[in-house]
Design a protein around this ligand. Structure first.
Ligand SMILES: [Zn+2]
Length: 217
């Protein structure tokens, strides 16, 4: 289950319509949806080449917002094995950049912290492999518990919302902050430059390889 962050124009519980905006003026919600399609297509194409079976669903496929709990609830409803929420970051300081992946902190009642940490690690490794392939200056901000993401943690990673309290085999869940689109070089690489679309596909491809590796292990 791929979750393109944000969407639409209405603020809903656990999901703002948009947070970050790129240097070039593109909304995070547009980029998360595009990247979600890139990642889905990469997963399906790679699995077809290797003969693996994979089913990929998105929490949204249009410019619409979905409440945080409703995004997570699709995991339980569809019996998904893995949930990855996609976001781009923003900062007031244009020099701030880097890629990071969050998992649900143990102190926030995570029922499956070890698999979540392993999944987040695979996502982050794929993300960094992709970013380094397109940018030698890529910055690894690491894998972090959502206790570091701000008060309350990340709602879509809540095990009750994911349906994990009722499942014998909980789904793994992570949230990737792919890069800071408020950084001018990142904006050119991933948003506004001539190679931006190809670069996004390249990063999604490496992430897809890492996710398939985790799921098949
Ligand atoms: Zn976001």
């Amino acid at each position: 289950m791929i979750d393109p962050g944000h969407g639409g124009t209405v603020k809903l519980p656990g999901s703002a319509p948009n947070n970050a905006t790129s240097v070039s003026g593109v909304a995070e919600k547009v980029l998360t949806l595009d990247f979600g399609f890139c990642l889905r297509d990469a997963l399906v194409a790679q699995a077809a080449r290797t003969g693996e079976r994979i089913t990929v669903a998105l929490t949204r496929e249009t410019d619409v917002n979905v409440a945080g709990a409703a995004r997570a609830a699709l995991v339980g409803a569809l019996g998904a094995r893995a949930f990855l929420s996609l976001h781009f970051n923003g900062a007031a300081d244009p020099a701030v950049r880097g890629s990071e992946t969050f998992y649900r902190a143990a102190e926030k009642g995570n029922v499956n912290p070890a698999p979540d940490i392993a999944f987040a690690g695979a996502v982050q490794a794929g993300l960094m492999a992709g970013m380094r392939a397109i940018d030698p200056a890529a910055k690894d901000r690491g894998v972090k518990p959502d206790s570091q993401s701000g008060p309350g943690g990340i709602g879509v990673l809540n095990d009750a919302a994911l349906g994990n309290l009722r499942r014998p085999r909980p789904a793994v869940a992570a949230l990737a902050e792919l890069e800071f689109i408020t950084h001018p070089r990142v904006d050119r690489l991933l948003v506004s430059g001539a190679a931006a679309q190809a670069n996004r596909q390249a990063v999604a491809g490496r992430m897809a390889e890492a996710i398939r590796g985790y799921l098949s292990a």
